[in-house]
Design a protein around this ligand. Sequence first.
Ligand SMILES: [Zn+2]
Length: 205
Amino acid sequence: MIPDPTEKDFQWATRLWNTLVVGDESTGQQGGIWDMPMVGRYQRTGENELTFTHIMGDVMKEDILGTTLFDKHEWIKSLAQGIGWVIIDEVVNASMEEYDDPAEPALVDIGKVWVCPGCSLIYTVRGIDCPERVLVEGVCLNTKCGEVLPEHHRGVFNHVDDTALVAKMEATERLIAIDEGDYPPRPIEPLGEDIMPFEGQSEEE
Ligand SMILES: [Zn+2]
C-alpha cells in the first residue's frame, strides 16, 4: 500500500540515522533516538542498527490511506534494508499509546533560544522538521560544563550551535597566551607627538 522507498528516501534515512549517536552498552552511552510520528520510537543501537523500542498509537487502526502502524514500520524496515541497516523489533518494551510524544516540543516553545552561560553553546528548541536536532536531557551537552537548561529546552529536540563556544575558546587561549607573554599585544601608538602641532596652530590664531 505504501510505495517502495525511493533513492531520495534512502538518502534521507542515511543522513538522518547517521546523525544519531551510536549506543554502546560497555560505556553506558545511550543511543540517539529517532521518533517517527504515528509509528514509534527507534534508537540507534549499533553502527548500522536501529531498535524499535516504543509503539506510538493504535497498531491495528488504519489511517486515511488505509495503512496501519505496522505497514509503516515494515516500510521503515525495507528502507533500512536498502541502505544496509538492520531494524531490530523484537524488543518493543512499551507502548506509547497514552504517550504524548515527549520529544516533540510545544509549538509555543519552538524557536526559543538559550545561550549556556557556562560555555556559550547556543540551544534552539526545534520541531521534527529540523534534521540536525538532538534530544537534550537536561544538562548542557558540553561534558565540561554542567549547566542545567531551562525547562522548555529539556527532554525535547534542540538544534545546538557551537560557533560562539568555539570563538570563546579561541579568545580564551589568546588571553592565556598574552598572560604568559607568548602573544604580545600590538604596541600602543604614541599619541603625544601627533597632538603637539594642533596646540601650535591654536596659538597662531
Ligand atoms: Zn554549557
